[in-house]
Design a protein around this ligand. Structure first.
Ligand code: FAD
Ligand code: A2P
Length: 296
């Protein structure tokens, strides 16, 4: 059948935790400016196996070196891929990640600590070895319709897959004719990840790419609350609702799990204005792969 013959091939789980691919860190740099609350880094890894191919929206697993408290090798942690299928090298031989260093203060000891894998990744230097599994995931992928309009909603490192989506559609896919609208939530202007890329796309493709930021610690809602992505979306409720009535509009949400409830209550209010039930409408969207979430 032609339709299935044209279906793209999605590679998953080529490398598993018991026999990971050993890659190398090629490059790493901070994605946030001095003074930002927290550290997030862009990390480029080489893929020394040409069969390790991936699509925008997939993730990789990273196994931190060493053992856990039980003396067993650490389990892999998932990271969304921030590069397009061609990699930041343009040859598809690298994979890039956006990793936030998970810092905490231990309640019992009062000592500061850092997450095992995000600590390992944000400490990497060029030349260091990294154990990679995957690729993982086959649902958070771009629609195949070249006229699809995308509504992308990200908090923090949730921007990673969208960097890949936007770069691929605007720079690498000559067939893509749709429009992209990104809502991006970060704590401060100094932590606007990939700001350079976003601003460049806006300047070059302003007719098809729109971005609205929600800078939670600098901006407020009219009733004095922190400006979160869902509050920014609420400002454009009618427009979003109208877009969602078009069968070629697809929504992708990535980042903090906590934003899902917030987005749902905003959308429920918007649906109610139109005399519709959000839960029912969202179920239809999900069934048609038009409402996609990857939160953690
Ligand atoms: P762990 O050591 O596993 O600790 C887990 C959490 O507990 C951390 O937040 C840590 O700070 C906290 N913690 C640990 N010990 C203590 C303690 N004693 N007291 C208090 N708190 C403690 N992350 C990204 O940065 N970028 C991505 O693109 C990304 N994509 C993801 C995609 C998917 C599909 C999923 C499921 C997750 C993704 N994550 C991403 C999250 C990532 O997988 C890890 O969960 C994250 O990096 C934390 O792992 P860790 O090993 O550093 O923390
Ligand atoms: P804040 O931390 O000011 O409460 P990062 O991962 O870089 O910290 O960014 C996550 C962003 O998402 C921050 O701006 C954070 O705001 C915001 N955020 C936190 N909780 C929610 C939530 N429930 N819904 C939407 N955004 C949230």
């Amino acid at each position: 059948m032609v339709a299935s013959a044209q279906k793209r091939e999605v590679v998953v789980n080529l490398y598993r935790p018991n026999a990971p691919l050993i890659g190398q860190c090629l490059e790493t740099y901070s994605l946030v400016e001095e003074g930002a609350p927290g550290l997030t880094k862009h990390i480029v890894l080489d893929l020394p196996d040409p069969n390790f191919r991936y699509l925008e929206g997939q993730s990789v697993g990273i196994i931190p070196p060493g053992v856990d408290a039980q003396g067993k090798p650490h389990k892999p942690r998932l990271y969304s891929i921030a590069s397009t299928r061609y990699g930041d090298d343009g040859e598809g031989r690298t994979v890039s990640l956006s990793v936030k260093r998970a810092e905490y203060v231990d309640k019992e000891t009062g000592q500061p600590g850092v997450g095992v894998c995000s600590g390992f990744l944000t400490d990497l230097r060029a030349g260091d070895e990294v154990m990679i599994t995957g690729p993982a995931g086959k649902t958070f992928l771009l629609p195949e319709d070249p006229n699809a309009n995308l509504i992308l909603v990200a908090t923090g490192t949730g921007i990673a897959p969208f960097r890949a989506f936007i770069k691929h559609l605007l720079e690498e896919d000559p067939n893509y004719q749709g429009r992209i609208w990104l809502f991006f939530g970060v704590p401060t202007t100094s932590s606007l990840l990939y700001r350079g890329d976003l601003e460049a796309w806006k300047a070059e493709h302003g007719d098809r790419f729109r971005v609205d930021y929600a800078i939670s610690r600098e901006q407020q809602t009219p009733d004095g609350k922190k400006m979160y992505v869902q509050n920014r979306m609420a400002e454009y409720g009618a427009e979003l609702w109208e877009m969602l009535q078009q069968p070629n509009t697809y929504v992708y949400i990535c980042g903090l799990k906590g934003m899902e409830d917030g987005i749902n209550s905003v959308m429920a209010a918007v649906a109610e204005q139109a005399g519709q039930d959000w839960n029912k409408f969202q179920r239809e969207l999900k069934k048609a792969s038009r409402w996609n979430e990857e939160t953690y």
